[in-house]
Design a protein around this ligand. Structure first.
Ligand SMILES: *Cc1c(COP(=O)(O)O)cnc(C)c1O
Length: 410
């Protein structure tokens, strides 16, 4: 039976985002840089204003009313994150400063769990934040980094993955969706096969969470990480899910306040989960706003969002390909609403500059994924990434702007 999916009323949704009313260079803003950060709905802005206007206080330590209110709100946010990702326990959710922070907690934590010659597998489609911490881990431990290669379409070569796996494999890391190309990776298969050889798996969900609601228990994944700012939340806050047994085993990442049970100059004992990984005063307001952003997105519904974004992707792909000399990078069968492209013989930066003059925000460059650009032997791409608040009319504006850029730059 086919599930009923609500139609998305995009004009009504756009009303929720005050920034979409502004102009850039005298033109209505067209915001197509959603893969770098999403825009913020009024309910999230209101939550931030409410926090600083009414109950700004440090959490967990105070007996006074404001501190208790802030603590309650922060812990409610943690519960919302738990429910959204379907973690078994709230204490398996660590609130961090974002995906990068979350990955570093795990990469550093594994230092004492790896021996020289152990192997770590990453995918060719990774963001630098899911490459560099593992290289640093390999430098510390003598472990070896192996890479699952990709094909011309931007899909991982899963038969090579099978060959890379062995009893030496201790960890496997991949993103769920590539931020540079939009490829949706077969993470269920990646996780299951890694577990067959006894390796732990970390999934970088920074780019998938705006489009797909993950279920960490169904995936049986060991670690899952994401950032709030790509999910309509504020910057500087994110999450790390870890299975309880792993989080208990791993050492704390930073020492400081909040993460201790008892401190003397002879010996310190650590707090239990999740506080063991939350040293210092966190981004309290950001955490609370993260919870509100999840509520907002769930109120629209991820099936509705995915169906609408698929329409935008198909429309944008078709319209852009009508421009002669335009090439799209990343043509995986399974992909989200990211279109990375170049005009023949024209530098992506030049295209980006001209379309910005016309009020359109796209990203140009290597998108923190230089190995992918090296694979295609290009300096970078122009990347238009669509969100559920974008429209087909905005895509038309982009197509016109790219045509103009082509004429001007020829
Ligand atoms: C954005 C992104 C990151 C980094 O997220 P931060 O919020 O900058 O820490 C990591 N991986 C992917 C796939 C991303 O899209």
């Amino acid at each position: 039976m086919q599930k009923e999916i609500d139609m998305l009323d995009v004009q009504k949704i756009r009303e929720d985002f005050p920034i979409l009313k502004r102009e850039v260079n005298g033109k209505p803003l067209v915001y197509f840089d959603n893969a770098a950060t999403s825009q913020t709905p009024q309910v999230v802005i209101d939550a931030i204003v409410d926090y600083y206007s009414n109950y700004n206080a440090n959490i967990h330590r105070g007996v006074h009313t404001l501190s208790q209110e802030a603590t309650d709100a922060y812990e409610i946010a943690r519960k919302k994150v738990q429910q959204h990702f379907n973690a078994k326990h709230a204490h398996e959710i660590i609130l961090t400063s974002g995906t990068t922070h979350s990955i570093n907690i795990i990469a550093t934590g594994f230092t004492n769990f790896l021996d020289k010659g152990d192997e770590i597998i990453v995918s060719a489609l990774e963001h630098h934040s899911n490459i560099v911490p593992w290289q640093m881990l390999c430098d510390r431990t003598g472990a070896i980094l192996k890479v699952i290669p990709m094909n011309e379409e931007g899909e991982l070569l899963m038969d090579i993955y099978d060959q890379l796996l062995s009893n030496k494999t201790k960890l496997v890391f991949t993103n769920h969706i590539s931020n540079a190309l939009g490829t949706i990776n077969p993470i269920e298969e990646i996780i299951d096969k890694a577990h067959e050889v006894g390796a732990a798996v970390l999934i970088d969900g920074a780019q998938s969470c705006p489009h797909i609601k993950p279920d960490v228990q169904a995936l049986d994944v060991d670690f899952y990480v994401a950032s709030a700012h790509k999910l309509c939340g504020p910057t500087g806050v994110g999450m790390l899910y870890g299975k309880e047994e792993w989080l208990n085993k791993l050492p704390p990442y930073q020492g400081g306040g909040e993460m201790i049970e008892q401190v003397t100059f002879e010996k310190t004992t650590y707090a239990g989960l999740p506080h063991k990984f939350e040293a210092g005063t966190p981004n309290i307001c950001g955490g609370i706003a993260f919870g509100v952003a999840l509520d907002y997105m769930n109120s629209i519904g991820f099936d509705t969002i995915a169906a609408y974004e698929k329409e935008l992707l198909d429309y944008g792909t078709q319209k852009l390909l009508e421009i002669e000399g335009l090439k799209i990078y990343g043509t995986a069968k399974n992909k989200t609403s990211v279109i990375s492209f170049n005009l023949e013989n024209i530098h992506p930066y030049d295209v980006g500059t001209i379309v910005d003059k016309l009020g359109i925000a796209v990203r140009t460059g290597h998108h923190c994924a230089q190995p992918i650009m090296d694979f295609y032997k290009i300096p970078g791409t122009v990347r238009a990434s669509f969100s559920f608040y974008n429209t087909k009319e905005e895509i038309d504006a982009l197509v016109e702007a790219v045509k103009k850029a082509k004429i001007m730059l020829r």
